[in-house]
Design a protein around this ligand. Structure first.
Ligand code: FES
Length: 128
């Protein structure tokens, strides 16, 4: 059996939503100290709906595929739903990752949560 699913290879070779959103409403950056990979997520949010999302990942193929899939899973979704996204759901949507590559999908979950935290703190400071 191939180590990586076709979906992983597809999202690795043709990642969706790569890039930067200059006027993002939320930005999240995370890294994994062991492998040194870094992931950054940018969110555009209108009325609590994620209208656009882009990512930059300096990392392994599984991290790139996970970021790409994660952006597809949250685009167009309400903020509350995006907060529920787990790394397991990302890995499942990719038709699985090898056990020792599951941490790559954790980066995607964490980057989105960080970006949503950033969004919420910006919203809170606007209200002050
Ligand atoms: Fe670290 Fe993939 S090896 S994110």
């Amino acid at each position: 059996m191939a180590l990586y699913s076709e979906k992983v290879m597809d999202h690795f070779r043709n990642p969706r939503n790569v890039g930067v959103i200059e006027d993002a409403d939320g930005v999240g950056e995370v890294g994994n100290a062991k492998c040194g990979d870094i992931m950054k997520m940018y969110l555009k949010i209108d009325d609590d709906i994620i209208t656009d999302v882009k990512f930059e990942t300096f990392g392994c193929g599984s991290a790139i595929a996970s970021s790409s899939m994660a952006t597809e899973l949250i685009k167009g979704k309400p903020v509350d739903e995006a907060l529920q996204l787990t790394n397991k759901a990302v890995a499942e949507a990719l038709d699985g990752l090898p056990d020792y590559k599951m941490h790559c999908s954790v980066l995607a979950e964490e980057a989105i949560k960080n970006a949503l935290d950033d969004y919420h703190s910006k919203q809170a400071s606007k209200k002050e």
